[in-house]
Structures are given as structure tokens and as C-alpha cells.
Ligand binder design. Structure first.
Ligand code: ZN
Length: 419
């Protein structure tokens, strides 16, 4: 058997919850990769230089890619022990032969990809394979995608690219056609609940978090362990019953966006400050307090021509950093809003299930009474329209990151009221 949870042994595959077919395929490819690196080329067909891990948010595509990376450079037999230096350094992102690129903002530019491609050209230093892990390959700019494509077309002998994206349609067809696709699915709530219970979460709480997360394991973990996350979800699920007047709709939208902004501040403020101060020290601009750092750098009066060049260079670097930080902040806001919209969609789905008397489990069983109230005073057609409105709002925000979130969410809450 693959893994080893049943006999108490640990393996890198254990973290892949409810993904048995994927684990089987990756373990087979790993074994082939070990043989290939050892000079046994019989199994070459099973090992490929480019992989594309797909699956919805929460299915664990990056987790799967990282487990595979660890197994490829594992020192044990069968590979993937999770404990040797090869596994450990990959799992903690400290392996010399692993480069991870994780776009923090809304897109992944050509500069990051060029570095990745340069790395891919050199032989591994200690492991069997040099591994290039690209999270969120769907955020590649066209220029970056083309730079990557060249490396995929002519792979170095001991290099493996592991790309991650929500679906195959999120990367260029030319990239997709070079990759072997590993399709992850959202685990069943029962698989998620079992995983939480194994991690020590009490049974009822594990089941509730598993249902409410709709298969997103990270979200389930958060809901099971974080009181603030549970409170946020409860706030979101109260929204449908708040929308009586136009003012209620605008208020609910403002609450949603403010909460998302607060999430972004909590996640990024300190990090932004540390980064800015570090860059200013490196550039010799000098520490200053609040306000726009790029503007301040530009405001410095140069005493000589050479000095003016330096100051302009520093201003440019600081401006670039501000741009990156702004993009990262915006992504955090959109991610947070998206989580709220997923909760809301699940809630309308529960209302619809009640109205139709469908024999399926609720996503938010702890808010069943509230869903029952709305189910009695509205029609299934109205509920379906509202569910569609939530999903359309998600798509709109995902496809147009330039939209003003507040206006988009206001349009949604007004549509939910109108039904
Ligand atoms: Zn190992």
C-alpha cells in the first residue's frame, strides 16, 4: 500500500487527504524517477520533466506538488519517508535543489520566471533532481509564460518543473501540452473530518468544520481552531436576513469589504514596513516615518549629479516595492472576500435544498434554522437567482482584479434583496 497511516508509519503522502488515485500515480512516478536518476531508464515513461497540478482552492495542489518534490529527492526506499534530510529540506523549503516561486501579488512576472529558468539549467547539487515549484501558474503574465515555455520545451536532464493552477484552462495551451496533469479533487467532508479528528479536533467540531469548508482542508482547519474565523463566518451567514432596505444592503456590503480590508492589514502591514525599512537601509536612503516612501526618496535634494542618479535609483526601487506590496494587499482583500462569498453561496444552496426537500447534507448545519426561515418566505426560483448572483460576483472579482470591490459587492447585496 501507499502511505502508511494504517501501520503508524509516516510518509509525505499522508497530508494528501482523499486523493488516493493521485497518491498512487505520484508514488509510481517517484519510483520511476528514482530508477531514472540511478541510470535505470526502463521506467522513463512514468517520469516526466513537467507536471501541472490542478484542483480547486483547498484541494491541496501545492501540498501535493511539494510532497512529490520531497519524494523525488527522498533518501529512503520506498521514497517519500517524510523524515530523511532529502524529504525534510523540501518540506521546509530549505532544500538547495528546490526553488519555489510563489506570486504574492496579482501576477507573476517575467523576472521571477527567468530566475527559475536559469536555476533549471544547472544540475542538482545534492538531491537526485533539481525541482522548480511554481505556485499559482495561472498568474503568469504572457511574457513570463513564454519565458517558461522555452525551458519546458528543452528541459535539462535532471530538472523537474512542478506547476500549480486551479484548472488546465488557466495556463496557456502550449504550456499545458508539455505537462503531465495531476488532477486533484476536493476531498469529501468525511475525509476532511477524519483528517481533523486525527489532528486532535473534537469529533462534532471536526464534522461541522468539514461541512462548512466544503472540502477546503486549510479552511476547515482554520474554522476548527480559530474563534475569529468562526465569528466572521457567522457574520457573513447573517447577511441574507439583514437585507430589508437599500441602506441594509449598502451596510452589509461595507461590512464585507471592511472585514476583507482588515484581513489584509493584519496579514501585511508589519511585513510591508519591515520590507520597506530593509530596502531603505540597503539603498542608504535612511529611515523615516509614515507616508509614501517613494515620494520621500524623490524629495531628497541631490547635492551632485552622481547623487541625483542614486536617489532616482532608490526612488525607483522603493516605488517598485510599493507596487508589489499594493498588489499583495489587493490579493489578500480579494482572497478574503472570496471566502465570504463561498460561505454565502453555500448558505443559499442550503436554503434551496430545504425548499426542494433534497436528501443531501447541509453545508452550514449550525445555521439551519435561519436557512429554514428564508426557505419559507421565498421561492426556489428566487433562491436560485440569489445563488447565481453570488457566484457571478465571485467570477467578476476573480476575472477583473481592477474592479472596485465595494461597488461590486454592493451590486450583489442589492441583487440579493431584490431576489
Ligand atoms: Zn525521505
Amino acid at each position: 500500500m501507499v502511505g502508511g497511516a494504517d501501520n503508524g508509519a509516516v510518509s509525505v503522502w499522508d497530508v494528501l487527504v482523499g486523493q488516493a488515485p493521485v497518491v498512487e500515480a505520484l508514488a509510481a512516478a517517484t519510483a520511476a524517477g528514482v530508477n531514472e536518476a540511478g541510470g535505470l531508464v526502463a521506467a522513463r515513461t512514468a517520469m516526466t520533466h513537467s507536471w501541472l497540478f490542478t484542483g480547486p482552492t483547498g484541494a491541496g495542489r501545492t501540498t501535493a506538488a511539494r510532497a512529490f518534490a520531497a519524494a523525488l529527492n527522498c533518501e529512503s526506499i520506498p521514497p517519500g519517508c517524510g523524515e530523511c534530510a532529502g524529504c525534510h529540506t523540501v518540506l521546509t523549503d530549505t532544500a538547495a535543489d528546490l526553488r519555489t516561486v510563489r506570486p504574492e501579488g496579482l501576477s507573476l512576472g517575467v523576472k521571477d520566471v527567468r530566475e527559475l529558468v536559469r536555476d533549471a539549467a544547472s544540475a542538482p547539487t545534492s538531491g537526485r533532481w533539481r525541482i522548480l515549484l511554481l505556485e499559482d501558474a495561472d498568474r503568469l503574465t504572457d511574457q513570463a509564460a513564454n519565458a517558461l515555455l522555452k525551458a519546458l520545451e528543452e528541459p535539462a536532464q535532471r530538472s523537474v518543473f512542478l506547476l500549480c493552477a486551479p484548472s488546465v484552462d488557466d495556463v496557456l495551451p502550449t504550456i499545458r501540452s508539455r505537462c503531465r496533469v495531476v488532477a486533484l479533487r476536493l476531498p469529501r467532508p468525511s475525509d476532511v473530518a477524519d483528517a481533523l479528528a486525527r489532528a486532535g479536533v473534537e469529533d462534532a467540531a471536526a464534522r461541522l468544520a468539514a461541512a462548512a469548508s466544503q472540502g477546503d482542508l486549510d479552511r476547515a482547519r482554520l474554522l476548527a481552531t480559530d474563534e475569529a474565523a468562526r465569528a466572521r463566518r457567522a457574520e457573513v451567514l447573517r447577511i441574507p436576513t439583514r437585507l430589508r432596505r437599500t441602506g441594509d444592503c449598502l451596510g452589509a456590503a461595507a461590512d464585507l469589504v471592511n472585514a476583507a480590508n482588515a484581513d489584509a492589514d493584519a496579514a501585511n502591514t508589519i511585513r510591508d514596513e519591515v520590507e520597506t525599512e530593509a530596502l531603505k537601509t540597503a539603498l542608504g536612503v535612511g529611515a523615516t516615518s509614515a507616508g509614501s516612501t517613494a515620494k520621500r526618496a524623490r524629495a531628497v535634494k541631490p547635492g551632485a549629479k552622481g547623487r541625483a542618479m542614486t536617489v532616482r535609483g532608490a526612488a525607483g526601487a522603493l516605488k517598485e516595492l510599493e507596487k508589489t506590496q499594493k498588489s499583495r494587499g489587493r490579493r489578500t482583500v480579494l482572497d478574503s472576500l472570496d471566502r465570504a462569498l463561498v460561505d454565502l453561496a453555500g448558505w443559499y444552496r442550503d436554503v434551496l435544498v430545504l425548499q426542494l426537500g433534497a436528501p443531501v447534507d447541509a453545508i452550514h448545519p449550525d445555521h439551519h434554522e435561519l436557512a429554514g426561515q428564508l426557505a419559507r418566505v421565498s421561492t426556489p426560483e428566487q433562491t436560485l437567482r440569489r445563488l447565481e448572483a453570488v457566484l457571478a460576483c465571485r467570477r467578476r472579482l476573480a476575472d477583473n482584479p481592477g474592479l472596485v470591490p465595494l461597488l461590486t459587492v454592493e451590486a450583489l447585496t442589492l441583487a440579493l434583496r431584490a431576489g
